[in-house]
Write a protein that binds this ligand. Sequence first.
Ligand code: NAD
Length: 485
Amino acid sequence: MKYGRIENYINGEFVPVQSERTITITSPINGVLLAELPCSTKADLDNAVAAAKIAFTSWSKTPIKERVQVFYRYKSLLEKHIQELAGLGSEENGKTHSESIAEIEKCIELTEFACSLPQIVTGEILEVSKGVECRTEKVPLGVVASIVPFNFPTMVPNWTIPNAIALGNCIIIKPSEKVPLSLGRIAKLLQEAGLPKGVFNIVQGDAEIVNAICDHPGIEAVSFVGSTKVAQHVYRRATGNLKRCLALGGAKNHLLVLPDAIPGMTAQNITASMSGCAGQRCMAASAMVGVGAVDHIIEKICAEAQNVVPGENLGAVINKEAKERIERYITEAEEQGARILVDGRNVVVAGSENGSYVGPTVIDYVTPDMAVAKEEIFGPVISIIRTKTLDEALAIENASPYGNAASVFTQNGGAARYVMEHASAGMIGVNIGVPVPREPFSFGGWNESKFGVGDITGKSSIEFWTKLKKSTIKWNPESGLNWMS
Ligand code: NAD
């Protein structure tokens, strides 16, 4: 076993987990055993919260300009170790090396934003009455927690780590039990960057420790990223315990394609969106709604898909269960009358016969009632639904319970504007396959893709990780008697 038994990271040290319940970690690339993950207990969490609470006393009092110095150094360390981090991420998650490199590059951008926080979080002050001023400042919450999914072992944790910590909080993070390795490396880099002990902590495990986090009286706020069912559960449980919670859920993103879209660029964007990270992105193109005569674009998508080769520029899906689930969706659509134009089932990669690979899959003539049209597949599959009008296409998009992203491909500005106005999604793309807003803009969906107020990154995250202190101050006796006496 390459990495042995994984530990928690509490108070600046790796410490054994106090449990015998373990999960086996294998690489999706070749099925090789990587590590054994023991599941943390409530006692482990108590230790992490206690350490974070002590650290908070001095960290929250450290001026923000000093706090972000850690993240300037952390950014340099991410740059220095990018190849190694990408290697580890690919090994445990299955994505290609270049996708893992892009993931770390995004972590660097997220960290740059955190470094800019002192310029953004200045409070306000105003003389509201003669000699009386009101002032506001954003102060940290205390001990906060972050629960993350498997699909971005480093990036999603870095949606929260730099901002929450730079804003003065101390954090406990729970990695996905499927990809727990990368975050251990991040802990070491934060330590090397000079983060005081106890400010950043890791507890390992699955649902049991997530529930303990939601219930823990010492934790002020919980951010969650994962599937909708679990997001709903975490949101209910954490807010039921009177915590602040922001829970991002799953997605079913629609790409509306009009006949006037530029064929090559559209096909390239859609194929990259549906197959990048093996389709395991909450921003992946999942359903294409072709409005009118778009056969020429579909042909190009099929041609593009032929260039997406499992084991080369297409990574593995997370495990065998995921491969089976994705292939079941394809088979069911076929049985219901959809046409499989490009078939990614039963792929075997030479030399990685034990890997969990699914090839790019293009399914045409999907009807809105089919499961592949409605449900999150989380694999390299695009389901094509055909409509006659843009309003019909929008009605299909609007009917989805999710609302992470929606894109339109067209050269008609009016049509693009119409989709921007009428799509029911938090992130809209115009001629963009993966419309992820870049810093300082924030990331977050609508509907059942997000529960809670605000977004998880960018400027919007500041409100989540801080509370507003309002002070009314009168120093001057000459202000005398006025209505603020
Ligand atoms: P998941 O919901 O299975 O797991 C996410 C986290 O929840 C993990 O840390 C896991 O340990 C924990 N968890 C799982 N089951 C639980 C339960 N019953 N009770 C309490 N905690 C539980 O998600 P995943 O499979 O790791 O990730 C894929 C999902 O995440 C997809 O649905 C994807 O769309 C979504 N996702 C969403 C976004 C977004 O920004 N909206 C980003 C990335 C991933």
